[in-house]
Structures are given as C-alpha cells and as structure tokens.
Design a protein around this ligand. Structure first.
Ligand code: HEC
Ligand code: HEC
Length: 693
C-alpha cells in the first residue's frame, strides 16, 4: 500500500516526462486499483500473470509436418492488427520505468508469454535450440504432405526476431512492412501441468488481446515521453548512423501515430458511452470477434478511407466468445458458433478483415475500391492444411478419417506415474454407453472409436445422415445439428449478433444483397430491398467480404479454373434457419478446449455435466494449471474469490456471460435442460471417455 502511494505520488508529482520508479505495477493494479487516479491508470500497464518458463514443452502430434506448423505460426494473412510498422514493434521496450537500467524488449517471448502467447524460435534455430528453450519441437516422424488445391503458392514466413506464435510480418511494396496477428495467435492452445507445457495447434488460445492492446499503447506512450527512450527506439529503427533529419522525421511520424491511436480509442469509448451500451471484458481466452469485425469494416476502415459513417455503425463488444478449436471445421457445412458461414474463403477473408487487413473502401479512385492487403494465397494454403484430403476418398481398411489438422490425442505417455493423468478403461467402457445415451444425439458418434461403432452401429459418425453430398461436387460435408438457443438455453448474446445488429453500408460500396448473394450465388431466397443502405450486418459483411475476394482475384488475373478451385463447392448464402441457434460439433479433442461453451463460461467438463445452477460463477483463466481430473481449470470449493496476479477472473455476470443451459438435471423438462441428472460416478465415467476422443 505504502509503496503504491509513493509511486503514484511520485508519478503524479513528476508528471509524464519524469522518471519514476515503478517496481511493482502488477501488484499495485491488482491490490490497490483505487489508489490510481483514472487518467494515470491508462498509463500504467495492466497487471500480467507471472509465467514461469516451463520445465519442458511438447507440441502434440496432430498430423501436421513441422515445417508446415512453423510456417502457419507466422504466415501473414495480410493483417496490420496493431496499426504500426513491424520495425517499430520490434524496437519498442516494455512499458515499465526503471530507475537503473533499461526495461526488456516488448517483443521478448518471455514477456509476451505473460499475455498468453507461446514462444516461438527464430527461423534459423538449430535442432538443439528447437528442443531447448521451452520451444517443444521434437523430431517425430513426419506425416504425408498435403496437396495444395490451387497453384497460387504461398509466401515465405520467416520469424527473424523470434516473435511468439501468431505474430506475422506483413510485407508491403507500397509502405512499411506492418505487424499483424495470424490464425495461430488465436488458434494455438497450451495447457500447463506440473511444469510441462503442452502445445496444441488449432485449440483455443489463452491470449489476452485487450491487455496486449493496452500494453502496446502504453509502450508507445512511454517511448514518446519517457526521457531517453525515443532515442534508443530511433537507433533501433533507423540505425545508429541516421541523420538528425531522419530521426526528426521518425519522431514526427511516431507522435502522429500515437496521437491517432489515442484519438481512435477516445472515439470508440465516446460512441459506446453515448449509445448507452457497454463492453464486456473478454479477458484471457476470449474475444468478441464478430462485433469487432463489424466495427473494423463498417466503421474504422470506412473512416480511414474518408467515407462518412454514422456512429451507429460502431457497436460495443458485448458478446465475447472462447476461441474455438478449428480441427474438422473445414468439413462442416456451416462454420462459426452460430452456423452462419458456409464458404471457407469468406470466413477466412472476413476474419482477416476483422483483424485489420488494410482495406480501401473509398477515396478518389473508384478502381481501387475493395483493394486489400489480404494474402489470399496464404489463406488458401492455410485452409488446405486444416482440411486435408477428402476423408472418404481413398479410405483404407480402417474407414474414413480426417487427415488435415488432427484433434490432439490425450498424451497418456507424458505422465506415466501420475494417477490423476491415467485413464481408467472400466470408466471408459461405462462412459461410452453414457455418451451413446446422452450426447450422440446432438454431437454425433465419436469420430474415431471402433468400439463405439461396433456397439452402436446406428450412431456411427462416418455413416451419419448428417453427412450431405453437395450437388456441385462429389464431396460429402457434415452438417452437425443446429440447436435453437431457446432449447439449449446457453447465453443468447452471441447468437443474436448477426440477426440483431444492423449497419449503414454507404452507397459507394454498392452492396445489394439480393443481387450479390441470392442471385450471384443462387441462394434461392428472396431478400428484402435494402436500397437505403441500412441492412443487417450479416448481409453487408457477406457481400463486402465477397467483393474483397473478387477484387483480389481480378487484380491477380486468376483463370476461371483457379477461381473455381479457390472458391470450392460451397456458397456464400445466409443460413436459412428462422431462429437463433448454436451449432454442435463432434467432441474429438474436447479435453483440450476448456473453458467450455461458446462464451467460455464453464471451467471444466466436470462442471458442464453438473446442473447449470450449481456451476461456479467465478473462476480464474490465464495462469492456472490444467486439471486432468475435472478436465479444465480447477476451481476452489465455493468458487475462488481472487485469482493470481494478472489472471482474468471470469464472472457469470453482465452481457454475454451467462453460464446457463446445456444442463443435465431431473424434474420436468424446461428450456436449457438437455438430459437427465448424472451421478458423480457417471460424470467421471463420461469424463474419462471424453478424454479418449
Ligand atoms: C484475433 C483472433 C483470431 C484470429 C487471428 C483468427 N481467428 Fe478464427 N476465430 C476466432 C474466434 C473468436 C472465432 C469464433 C467466432 C464466432 O463464431 O463467434 C473464430 C472462428 C473460427 C472458425 C470457425 C470455428 C467453428 O467452430 O466453426 C474457423 C474455422 C477459424 N476461426 C479459422 C481461422 C483461420 C483459418 C484463421 C486465419 C486465417 C483465423 N481463424 C484467425 C478468432 C480468431
Ligand atoms: C440437445 C443437444 C445436445 C446434447 C444432448 C448434448 N449437447 Fe453438448 N452441446 C450442444 C450445443 C448446441 C452446444 C453449443 C452450445 C454453446 O456453445 O452455447 C454444445 C456444447 C458442448 C460442449 C462445449 C464445446 C465448446 O465449444 O466449448 C461440450 C464439451 C459438450 N457440449 C459436451 C456434451 C456432452 C458430454 C454431452 C452428453 C453428456 C452433450 N454435450 C449433450 C448440444 C447438445
């Protein structure tokens, strides 16, 4: 307390330009937030969890070749997420102020690990380095290579500065290279257990993007104002021999950028406050991706292109979701929690627009409309790697199988002497029956359990009636059940974003949903006339993304055959469902994807199998160890009231945070109850079975 006061006093008294001693910013923000006057709070970095370097690390075997995995971790999808050049990002120092010495670099893997990122080796790391330093790469045998679906190739993805998994350099000819996030930032998970870090491609990340943003902005502010810091920064960016004029130009550019970022934030805060909405904290492991995409494309990008837009195009981020696992998804007819996107390229390009690909949505030259920095060739190759070959074509004696990114298998061999890690075959046997009784109706049979297929042949996954044959290709595609929100009873906020949010699509974008969706893609539906430009966000986004794709294809002179191969057989049509829904998914790899439900409101499989009203209303995310018994994050009895420093405390309160529904309980059936109550033994039988999927 006393230290906090002295530091705050010192900072307040000395003002921004002074050197103050901030030795314990994490502790102050956690224990004494009220001591910090509001404007200063924005200038102190948020508390971050400590991240002990793991004793050992493992990337689990998931049917991907190491070279492909490492490429995916840094391949640019064309995004400039942080709106600053790459060379600036790698030259920034951590936002701390030391009386003696200099703070470490922001880009440092050990620092960014505290925000949930996974350290990644430099491209030219030796085999020994790959295994050491907690990088976790082994020299396991490699699976067969995957064939690309187009001849467009992909760009190299060097990681020269050893940035963590998910950071990618956007190469440009028409401006400085920028820094952005790629898929792996949000879709690579890790579980910590007994000093080991298990790393999983395609599992939800536990990164905290809100904190990353504030850490970065404070690092920028400190660079601008803390004495000595800009000079060191400039030396790293323009080199030690740069002229005074070069340094002055950099400073001007830097200050203007810092100001622009701040103004942008102020504008967003003002709009949200004026509209009476409020943002829900996403915290570690979550993001309101959909509202963010809407804000980026229909507000930020339009404003940046000089097009006037109403404030109402900006929406609070109040429907955060847990980063979903992405194995198998390329074989689903509908992607997204709410089954809203059929066409994979539309999904991926839409996402990269949301994560701030550079986009021209206006300006003097109409021929540039929809020009973007999206790296379509990389996106296509990423999708190929995720998808793998047709599971039915050439299926061997063992039957069809997914052979793109594989769901992780429970790594039983890692902790052989640990009773908590062991799976009990007798429980698995009983759990399998419970799965058939209580889960398979919605989640379908298990993807790969020959025992189950023998015992319950009518529920076999690969023979399910949910596999549809597409009229436009011989391929089959899975349409897992879609359950109305009213029935499943989980938090409705996410399912309502697409049906409720509306935007004004300015005239210059030329968006006409009936023509651009229903006719262009033969969706066979009659959409209302939206000639005023005011329309559902979902339709405006679907058309806008399609136009960005077409522009890229035109600019790259793709032949009709390559266009067709890139788009594949799926269409860009709205889901015809008449009500808000959540889609189910097969549960392979589900053991590695806590917290559960679309909004990450349930800490473990154990609590998902308890009646909803009994689930903990608080739990900690970000630094906790994995609990192999409940499978997820452990909770103290009665719910822990405080988390480790810097961890996110999830609280089942506020918009988007309900932990209701998907409940197993006895008594009269009511919305949100989907099965009978389970005994404690039955829960653990099911959990052991789920670990084998
Ligand atoms: C900034 C974080 C972020 C990045 C980067 C990102 N995603 Fe996602 N992704 C999400 C979130 C959040 C969702 C869930 C969206 C929803 O349904 O609300 C999602 C959904 C998905 C889904 C649908 C999952 C399902 O269950 O249907 C797929 C597939 C996917 N992402 C693939 C990708 C690919 C491929 C990339 C890179 C080209 C990518 N994502 C980049 C955050 C991200
Ligand atoms: C009535 C259909 C239905 C039944 C029966 C059902 N589920 Fe679900 N399940 C869903 C839906 C829909 C979701 C997505 C809900 C959401 O995210 O809000 C879901 C989500 C889940 C998730 C969370 C996945 C994630 O994204 O975090 C798990 C785990 C799960 N179910 C396990 C089970 C198990 C185990 C059983 C059987 C004991 C079961 N479910 C029975 C429909 C069902």
């Amino acid at each position: 307390m006393a230290i906090g006061k002295i530091i705050i006093g010192a900072l307040a008294a000395l003002g921004l330009g002074a050197v103050a001693l901030i030795e314990f910013p994490d502790e102050i923000q956690t224990y004494a937030p009220n001591l910090i006057p509001a404007p200063l709070a924005k200038l102190l970095p948020p508390p971050l969890p400590r991240a002990e370097p793991p004793r050992t690390a493992y990337w689990l075997d998931q049917n991907w070749r190491q070279a492909d995995r490492r490429w995916l971790h840094h391949a640019s999808q064309g995004t400039a997420t942080f709106q600053i050049p790459y060379s600036w990002f790698v030259a920034l120092e951590q936002p701390y102020i030391w009386l003696f010495g200099q703070p470490g670099m922001l880009r440092d893997g050990a620092f960014l690990q505290r925000l949930g990122f996974i350290p990644s080796p430099k491209t030219d790391a030796s085999a020994a380095e790959l295994r050491a330093h907690g990088f976790g790469w082994s020299s396991a045998p490699e699976p067969a290579p995957i064939e690309p679906s187009t001849s467009l190739g992909w760009d190299p993805a060097p990681n020269d500065n050893g940035l963590p998994v998910g950071f990618a350099r956007l190469k440009r000819d028409d401006g400085p290279d920028m820094i952005g996030l790629t898929c792996a930032a949000c879709h690579s998970g890790h579980l910590e257990y007994k000093g080991a870090s298990l790393r999983i491609d395609g599992a939800g990340a536990v990164i905290d993007l809100e904190k990353l943003k504030s850490v970065l902005e404070i690092a920028v502010a400190y660079t601008a104002f803390v004495p000595g810091r800009f000079d060191r920064f400039a030396e790293r960016v323009v080199g030690p021999n740069a002229s005074a004029a070069q340094k002055a130009a950099l400073k001007q550019d830097f200050l203007a950028t810092a100001q622009r970022l701040k103004n942008q934030d102020d504008t967003y805060d003002r709009i949200v406050a004026d509209s009476g909405q409020s943002n829900t904290l996403a915290g570690a492991g979550r993001l309101d991706a959909l509202n963010k995409i809407g804000n980026q494309v229909f507000y930020t990008d339009l404003v940046a292109s000089g097009v006037a837009v109403p404030d109402s195009n900006f929406h609070a981020t109040d429907a955060p979701v847990s980063f979903p696992p992405i194995w198998d998804v390329p074989w689903f007819f509908w992607a997204q929690y709410d089954a809203s996107i059929e066409q994979p390229l539309i999904r991926n390009v839409g996402e990269s627009m949301g994560v701030a690909a550079l986009l021209t949505l206006g300006g003097a030259d109409p021929a540039k409309l929809y020009h973007s920095s999206v790296r379509m060739n990389n996106l296509l190759w990423i999708e190929d790697l995720l998808r793998g070959p047709d599971p039915f074509a050439g299926a061997g004696a063992a039957g069809p199988a997914f052979s793109g990114l594989g769901a992780p298998k429970w790594p039983a061999a890692l902790f052989p002497d640990d009773p908590a890690w062991r799976i009990d075959p007798a429980k698995v046997e009983r759990g399998r029956k419970l799965y058939a009784e209580l889960c398979a109706g919605c989640h379908l049979g298990p993807v790969n359990d020959p025992e189950f297929d023998k015992s319950f042949p009518e529920r076999r996954f690969w023979q399910s009636k949910h596999w549809l044959t597409l009229p436009r290709s011989a391929e089959k595609i899975l349409a897992p059940p879609e359950i109305p929100v009213a029935e499943i009873g989980t938090d409705p906020a996410r399912a309502l974003v697409l049906s409720k949010r509306e935007v004004d699509a300015p005239k210059n974008l030329g968006i006409v949903p009936q023509r651009d969706l229903s006719e262009r893609w033969s969706c066979g539906m009659t959409l209302p006339d939206y000639s005023s430009g005011h329309m559902p966000f979902s339709l405006a986004l679907m058309v806008g993304v399609d136009d960005v794709i077409r522009k890229w294809m035109d600019e790259h002179d793709l032949s009709p055959a390559t266009r067709a191969a890139a788009l594949g057989p799926l269409k860009n049509c709205p889901n015809p469902a008449q009500q808000a829904i959540y889609r189910t998914r097969p549960l392979d790899g589900v053991w590695a994807t806590a917290p559960y439900l679309h909004n990450g409101s349930v800490p473990s499989l154990y609590w998902l199998l308890r009646p909803a009203a009994e689930r903990p209303r608080h739990f900690c995310v970000g630094a906790s160890d994995f609990d192999p018994q409940t499978v997820g994050f452990a909770t103290a009895k009665g719910g822990r009231s405080s988390c480790a420093i810097g961890e996110t405390q999830f609280t089942a309160e506020g918009a988007g945070n309900d932990n209701s529904g998907h409940s197993f309980e006895d008594g009269p059936r009511k919305p949100g109850v989907i099965g009978r109550a389970l005994s404690e033994d039955e829960r653990y039988d099911l959990i052991d079975y789920l670990k084998t999927l």
